[in-house]
Design a protein around this ligand. Structure first.
Ligand code: S3P
Length: 450
């Protein structure tokens, strides 16, 4: 169960066609950053289309605890009165980030260069995830950390009273680590430099520039070199949050595997650092079209149409694409089950340290439902059974992971027999309207024992 609820067993029954417009919620990554940067600006930031999922609501509460004024005006309209870079107050209580790795890691970055002490905790999933990847670089600024064995939450961070700027080469492809270092660099004097060998989502860089920070990005032989000048005055912004391509993946993939489907997802963010799934699906033969490509609020946006695609083929997903679709491998593995031939997904070690070990969780559930999966430490492969070939019929463990729960719900929409999960409650962390949205398109989802 999630930090906020009791377990909700759910079942997805074969359905089709799925038809209509899927207005998926706002982007989770951009929503967290809007609240956090809004809290570090001086004055009122206005946000339209904020994702009102549990993860983001926990970040909103955290920003309030640090002294920012966060107001929900209804209908996805929010405002944040920021306290300025270096203006965070010490919270009176523990900061509970629920299920959210992005929330906790970014917030750790924001407070690590202020002279305050903060204790962080989360749900069972978050408290089992590695934090050293963030606290190691934060220590270079002068922050101190006391956590549980293996660098796990609950954890207290004592921010640096006299922070120094750092130069940090990110050892794993992680936008959360990159962003934590950049956010810490905001309140350090001089220039903080972050180098990433593989490009990861660049919302922090784009948004910091939008808020008026002096930030440059250079492509070099060493990788992407990001340089941020510390102690700027951030200017409040009006932000329109695009719809989340990672949430859009669920109705899109469901449409591909259910007969007669035709689903339009308007206004989805198609930042190239996020769009890898859609290119991969096209490579597999999916009927996807991008309409009205445009730019909104500094992010590329389009309307995406997905139609039933009965002749998809398994492919080798280029490892170079992994960072741009890291959250989408679970649902891709479901689509791969309905393609013909093998889909190979390599270079994906990071999947083992997400809200769950996503390779393990998907492999177990896919196998239980009749699909052959092979796996190694940093790769896995799925043997496709063709569009009508997936048996289904079994229940899967969603292991406190929203994307695992939604992926198995998509699987049930196309498999011969229904597919269940023991707990759908984590879906509310990122996609609180999942059941109603999918139901309106024509999916048959039921809550069991209720
Ligand atoms: C995110 C970065 C990714 C992604 C997560 C959101 C972000 O995590 O999986 O859902 O908003 O920065 P990593 O940084 O661990 O790759």
């Amino acid at each position: 169960m999630s930090a906020h609820g009791t377990p909700i067993p759910m079942t997805s029954h074969r359905c089709g066609p799925l038809k209509g417009v899927a207005e998926v919620p706002g982007d989770k990554s951009i929503s967290h950053r809007s609240l956090i940067l809004g809290a570090m600006a001086v004055g009122e930031t206005k946000i339209t289309g904020l994702l009102e999922g549990e993860d983001v609501l926990d970040t909103a509460k955290a920003m309030q605890a640090f002294g920012a004024e966060v107001t929900n005006h209804g209908g996805g309209e929010w405002s944040v009165f920021g306290v300025g870079v270096g203006g965070f107050a010490e919270p009176d209580n523990v900061i509970d980030c629920g299920n959210s790795g992005t929330g906790v890691r970014l917030i750790m970055g924001t407070m690590a260069t202020s002279p305050i002490s903060v204790t962080f905790t989360g749900d069972a999933s978050l408290n089992s995830r590695p934090m050293a990847r963030v606290t190691d670089p934060l220590a270079l600024f002068g922050a101190q950390t006391v956590g549980r064995k293996g660098g796990r939450l609950p954890m207290t961070i004592v921010g640096a009273a006299d922070p120094v700027p750092v130069r940090y080469v990110v050892p794993v492809p992680s936008a959360q680590v990159k962003s934590a270092v950049l956010l810490a660099g905001l309140n350090a004097p001089g220039e903080t430099v972050v180098v990433e060998k593989e490009a990861t989502r660049d919302h922090s860089e784009r948004m910091l520039a939008g808020f008026g920070a002096d930030i440059t990005v250079e492509e070099t032989d060493e990788g992407r070199v990001i340089t941020l000048k510390g102690q700027p005055e951030l200017k409040p912004q009006s932000i329109i949050v695009p719809r989340d391509p990672s949430s859009a993946a669920f109705p899109v993939c469901a449409a591909l595997i259910t007969e007669g489907s035709d689903v339009l997802v308007p206004n989805i963010g198609l930042n190239p650092t996020r769009a890898g799934l859609y290119f991969t699906l096209q490579d597999m033969g999916a009927d996807l079209t991008f309409e009205n490509m445009r730019e909104e609020g500094g992010e590329p946006v389009a309307d995406l149409r997905a139609k039933y695609s009965p002749n998809m083929k398994g492919i080798e997903v280029p490892p170079s694409r992994a960072a741009s679709m890291i959250d989408e491998y679970p649902v891709l593995s479901v689509v791969a089950s309905f393609a013909t031939g093998k889909t190979m997904m390599a270079g994906v070690k990071e999947l083992r340290v997400k809200e769950s070990d996503r390779i393990d969780a998907m492999a177990k559930g896919l196998r239980a439902n009749g699909v052959t999966v092979d796996e190694g430490e940093d790769w896995w492969s799925v043997e496709g059974l063709g569009i009508d070939g997936v048996p289904g019929g079994e229940s899967c463990d969603s292991v406190l992971d929203h994307r695992i729960a939604m992926s198995f719900m998509v699987m049930g929409m196309g498999s011969q027999k229904a597919v269940s999960v023991n707990d759908g409650s984590p879906i509310a962390t990122s996609f609180p309207i999942f059941e109603s949205l999918m139901g309106n398109l024509g999916a048959r989802l039921t809550r069991d024992n209720h």
